[in-house]
Design a binder for this molecule. Structure first.
Ligand SMILES: [Mn+2]
Length: 326
C-alpha cells in the first residue's frame, strides 16, 4: 500500500468549496454503489451542501432500507446546475447508467473508486487496494473533519459488507474491520442489516435457484463450474435479473473449483458471462480474451448474438484450460 495521501489538495478543495453536489454511480448499482452514494450524501449534507443522489433505475430492493433512499432522484438527470459531480464506485463512463449531463450542469467531475479502469471521468481518487469505495468515503469524511453520524455509518457498513462478500474476500483488510467496528459503535446492528441485504428475497427466487443449480456442469477435471440460465427461466417465475446476482457463489463453492461462470442470454441477444475465481486464476484476464474485464476475482464478458450458450462455455473452457494446463 502506498503512503502518499489518497486525496489530493485539489480534490479536497473542490469538495470543500462546492455549494451543490450531484452524486451518481454505475449501472446495476450494488451495495457499495448505493451505500457509498448515500454515505457521501449524508456527509455532504452535514457540511451544509445541497446534494442530489441520482440513480436512474432507483435503489434496488435490498438497499432501499438505507436512510436517504427516499430522496434519490430516478430517471432523467436532475436539472442542476451543480458545482461538483461526484461519481462513486466507477471511473468508467461506459458503466454509468445514464450519460452525465454536460459541464454546464455537472460542474467539476470528481471520482471515488477502487476499480482498475482506463476511464477518465474527472479528478480521480482510485485505490484498487481498498475493498470498498465506502472505505474511501469514510476516510474522506475524516479528512473533511466530520464526526460520522448513525445514518452515514449504516451506509458505509453496507458498502463494506457487500463488497467484501461479508468480510470474506481477499481485499478485506484490518481497516475494513476497523471501520465496520466503528459503525457498530455508532449503532449499526449487523443482523438487522443482514436481514435486509441478504435475507429478504422473494420465495420465487428459491424455485429459480433450484432449477438453475440443476444445470451445473463441471469441465476441466472439475476446476471449471458453469451454470446456464434457461431462456425463459426468469419470466416463468416472474422475477427480475436480480434473482441471479449471488447465485454464481454456489458453483464457486464446489471443492476443487478454480473458476465458476453464470451464462445467460440477455434481452438484446448477446450472451453474458459472469465469472468468479476462487483465488488462483485472474478472471479479469480470462474475460479480456473475449473483450470483457473486471477484477481479479470477479469479471464478465459478452459473446455476440447468435452464440450458442454451450458454445460460450466451450470457448471459455478452452482458454481457461490453457491457463490451467489442462
Ligand atoms: Mn465497489
Amino acid at each position: 500500500m502506498s503512503d502518499e495521501p489518497r486525496f489530493s489538495d485539489s480534490f479536497l478543495i473542490s469538495i470543500r468549496e462546492a455549494g451543490s453536489v450531484l452524486l451518481t454511480t454505475h449501472r446495476s448499482p450494488d451495495g457499495d454503489a448505493v451505500g457509498s452514494s448515500l454515505a457521501a450524501a449524508h456527509m455532504l449534507e452535514a457540511l451544509g451542501k445541497n446534494v442530489v443522489v441520482w440513480i436512474p433505475s432507483g435503489v434496488p430492493g435490498p438497499y432501499a432500507f438505507l436512510p436517504g433512499t427516499d430522496g434519490v432522484h430516478v430517471g432523467e438527470p436532475p436539472p442542476g446546475p451543480f458545482d461538483v459531480t461526484l461519481v462513486v464506485d466507477t471511473s468508467e463512463p461506459g458503466l454509468l447508467e445514464g450519460d452525465l449531463p454536460g459541464p454546464d450542469v455537472c460542474g467539476k467531475v470528481l471520482v471515488l473508486d477502487h476499480h482498475l479502469s482506463g476511464g477518465t471521468l474527472g479528478d480521480e481518487v482510485v485505490r484498487v487496494e481498498v475493498a470498498a469505495t465506502g472505505e474511501l468515503v469514510w476516510e474522506l469524511a475524516g479528512l473533511l473533519g466530520l464526526a460520522p453520524s448513525g445514518d452515514f455509518a449504516i451506509c458505509v457498513y453496507v458498502a463494506i459488507l457487500t463488497d467484501t462478500g461479508m468480510f470474506r474476500y481477499d481485499l478485506t483488510s484490518p481497516e475494513s474491520h476497523r471501520i465496520a467496528a466503528r459503525c457498530l459503535e455508532l449503532g449499526v446492528r449487523p443482523y438487522e442489516v443482514a436481514r435486509h441485504v441478504y435475507e429478504s428475497y422473494p420465495a420465487a427466487y428459491l424455485s429459480v435457484w433450484a432449477e438453475l443449480l440443476g444445470t451445473v456442469h463441471l469441465d476441466l477435471d472439475g476446476t471449471f463450474a458453469t451454470l446456464v440460465v434457461p431462456p425463459d427461466l426468469l419470466s416463468r417465475h416472474g422475477v427480475s435479473e436480480e434473482a441471479l446476482e449471488e447465485v454464481v457463489g454456489y458453483p464457486r463453492g464446489i471443492e476443487g473449483v478454480e473458476v465458476a461462470a453464470l451464462i445467460r442470454r440477455k434481452a438484446d441477444g448477446r450472451v453474458r458471462v459472469s465469472l468468479r475465481s476462487t483465488g488462483r486464476v485472474n478472471v479479469a484476464e480470462l474475460a479480456s480474451h473475449f473483450g470483457g474485464g473486471g477484477h481479479f476475482g470477479a469479471a464478465g464478458c459478452d459473446f455476440p448474438p447468435g452464440t450458442d450458450l454451450s458454445e460460450a462455455r466451450r470457448r471459455l473452457a478452452s482458454v481457461l484450460g490453457e491457463k490451467l494446463g489442462r
